[in-house]
Design a binder for this molecule. Structure first.
Ligand SMILES: Cc1cc2nc3c(=O)[nH]c(=O)nc-3n(C[C@H](O)[C@H](O)[C@H](O)COP(=O)(O)OP(=O)(O)OC[C@H]3O[C@@H](n4cnc5c(N)ncnc54)[C@H](O)[C@@H]3O)c2cc1C
Ligand SMILES: *[C@@H]1O[C@H](CO)[C@@H](O)[C@H](O)[C@H]1NC(C)=O
Ligand SMILES: *[C@@H]1O[C@H](CO)[C@@H](O)[C@H](O)[C@H]1NC(C)=O
Ligand SMILES: *[C@@H]1O[C@H](CO)[C@@H](O)[C@H](O)[C@H]1NC(C)=O
Ligand SMILES: *[C@@H]1O[C@H](CO)[C@@H](O)[C@H](O)[C@H]1NC(C)=O
Ligand SMILES: *[C@@H]1O[C@H](CO)[C@@H](O)[C@H](O)[C@H]1NC(C)=O
Ligand SMILES: *[C@@H]1O[C@H](CO)[C@@H](O)[C@H](O)[C@H]1NC(C)=O
Length: 493
């Protein structure tokens, strides 16, 4: 039986929960019956406890899923029991791990069970050191800490499967491809509660790598891992005044796209944000140029930027493990904290920069972040140029991830205290910025990263507009999740 340690006066409190469920939400569900079926390492958290509050609050406090009870499985068999119980009682459920999922479709969950996967976090490295079996509830940082080998990923506080099931971008993708490109097999609990292994012999294997949130709860995954190739990494962070927005991105295009000199060991990002200590009037452009296997970035990649006259430039050296801190996404940094703010993004994949569009969105962003009394001052515009060789080494139809041909992942991240009026303002502003980028891109369809999506895009934008993709995904959904049990996170149509 599950430990009800978080539940003061355990069992009677369970009844309170059951009684407090809204009428539409399966009245009189007796969770004691579920607790009795679970392993001794499982836990149940009830509303009113700190443990409950901690694991239902999310990084982005916008259109959040609502749970009446949190169950923490101790084993994969517990996940089977929870899903089966939920099905018997027609109660919705949602897996949770890093709490960074922010797509607004999550808000369609208005009651039910949160299945918090934190205890499924073991890592077993195969004897030959080439693969590892990784628990479905591990977080990215715990995984890099557990491995002496490399595994691809970038941010420390997010889950590992949450990103991976949607494709998964990371620092090593120039060499090895996406996070999901490394997966060899999944242990997964399907919508009907059956625990099964999905590998390349199954039709579902393709769908789990890019649209995976739609099909089940992964209890563990077996992934390729690699010997560390380069112990050292260098970064140069170059700050530009917003006046130079067109020049900076014209140069980025010329260097990285037109001239095509983008070695697989180099990643280049830029952020825009308002930091009055650097520029009291307008957001600064911060360019991160990262190179592996070196203690300083090769001047071939940085000298042309220096010629544009930056405000300042900061070189640093370290290892793969320092990258998250350098780019502001380590455990200690803002993006890893739950602040109560809404943090929607409005992503678009691009092939190249359009300097005129960059100038236009810079003006919109400047106004949004610096006008007097603005609630959006803490926002961030992200331009992620991961190396793409490893991603593009696979055929376009290799998995359900649809956007291998793109070079850049761009998104404004609007940070503000949520409320009805501001939610509407943010949504309009974010979509307006994205529309400028879309129109300037010359692309025919809106291409987005599902894991950054706002939530008002279409399945075609999340999973690729090709008819064959939509048909293949719809057929898998019909076969594996016909009643839409896994349809809170960017559901397939
Ligand atoms: C600061 C920050 C940094 C990020 N960095 C990256 C990055 O480097 N690369 C990248 O690709 N993306 C990145 N993202 C986006 C990230 O992919 C998504 O936010 C993702 O949803 C986070 O997953 P999570 O486990 O943290 O969140 P959760 O909200 O806990 O989970 C997200 C979704 O995944 C489902 N899920 C989680 N675990 C499982 C499982 N084991 N089986 C089945 N379903 C599961 C949940 O049910 C939920 O629907 C980042 C986001 C933020 C906010
Ligand atoms: C809930 O289930 C437990 C275990 O079967 C049982 O002892 C208890 O009486 C049930 N409670 C209610 C209110 O039915
Ligand atoms: C995961 O990492 C965090 C932070 O480094 C640590 O506090 C926690 O104990 C780790 N969890 C596991 C299961 O190792
Ligand atoms: C791009 O290539 C052209 C032709 O080789 C060269 O003249 C130009 O200097 C290169 N641009 C940059 C920024 O290196
Ligand atoms: C930098 O970003 C571009 C997109 O602007 C991308 O194509 C390229 O692979 C990245 N890396 C390098 C070294 O330029
Ligand atoms: C989340 O936002 C709501 C308003 O939408 C607010 O009432 C609530 O306090 C916020 N949560 C946190 C943890 O700040
Ligand atoms: C559960 O669904 C899968 C996939 O459709 C199917 O193969 C399996 O037989 C089902 N199991 C049960 C017990 O119905």
């Amino acid at each position: 039986m599950a430990q009800l340690k978080w539940v003061v006066a355990a069992l009677s409190a369970c009844f309170t929960v059951a009684a407090s469920l809204s009428p539409s939400s399966a009245p009189n569900v007796n969770y004691t019956e579920l607790a009795q079926q679970l392993s001794s390492s499982a836990s149940i958290y009830l509303p009113g406890s700190d443990a409950f509050d901690d694991v239902v609050s999310r990084w982005s406090n916008l259109s959040v899923p609502v749970a009446n009870i949190v169950v923490v499985p101790g084993t994969k068999e517990d996940v089977v029991k929870i899903v089966t119980f939920a099905n018997e009682h027609s109660v919705p459920f949602l897996a949770a791990n890093g709490f960074h999922g922010s797509v607004t479709t999550l808000g369609k969950m208005t009651h039910g069970i949160e299945i918090y996967l934190s205890q499924l976090s073991t890592v077993e490295i195969a004897q030959d050191g080439k693969t590892a079996k990784i628990g479905g509830g591990i977080r990215a940082k715990n995984l890099t800490d557990a491995l002496t080998t490399e595994v691809t990923g970038a941010c420390e506080c997010v889950g590992y499967l949450g990103p991976g099931l949607g494709g998964g971008h990371g620092w090593l993708q120039g060499h090895h491809g996406l996070v999901s490109d490394q997966y060899l097999s999944f242990n997964i609990v399907l919508a009907n509660g059956s625990l099964t292994t999905i590998d390349e012999t199954s039709d579902l294997f393709w769908g789990l790598k890019g649209a995976g949130h739609n099909f089940g709860i992964v209890t563990s995954v077996t992934s390729k891992v690699y010997d560390v190739q380069y112990p050292n990494y260098a970064i140069e962070t170059i700050f530009f005044s917003g006046d130079k927005v067109e020049e900076v991105y014209e140069l980025a295009n010329e260097l990285w796209i037109t001239n095509g000199t983008s070695p697989e060991g180099v990643n280049n990002w830029s952020y825009w944000y308002f930091d009055p200590t650097i520029d009291p009037e307008k957001p600064v452009i911060v360019m991160y140029i990262i190179q592996e296997g070196r203690d300083t970035v090769d001047p071939v990649h940085t000298a042309p930027f220096h010629q544009l006259g930056p405000i300042m430039s900061q070189p640093k050296s370290g290892t793969y493990r320092d990258l998250a801190a350098w780019t502001g996404i380590s455990l200690a940094d803002g993006p890893c904290q739950k602040t109560g703010n809404a943090n929607p993004r409005f992503p678009i994949y691009l092939k190249a920069y359009n300097p005129q569009s960059q100038k236009q969105i810079y003006e919109l962003f400047r106004e949004a972040t610096t006008s007097p009394g603005t609630p959006f001052a803490g926002s961030l515009f992200m331009f992620e140029g991961y190396a793409m060789q490893g991603v593009q080494a696979l055929a376009d139809d290799a998995s359900a991830f649809a956007y291998r041909a793109n070079n850049l992942l761009v998104a404004p991240l609007l940070v503000y205290p949520p409320g009805e009026a501001l939610n509407a303002e943010a949504r309009a502003l974010g979509n307006r910025m994205r529309q400028v980028l879309f129109e300037g891109s010359g692309q025919a369809t809106l291409n987005t990263y599902v894991n950054y999506a706002y939530g008002d895009e279409t399945p075609a934008a999340w999973y690729g507009g090709d008819a064959w993709r939509q048909e293949r995904l719809a057929a898998l959904k019909k076969k594996y999740d016909p009643t839409g049990r896994f349809s809170f996170y960017a559901p397939i149509a």
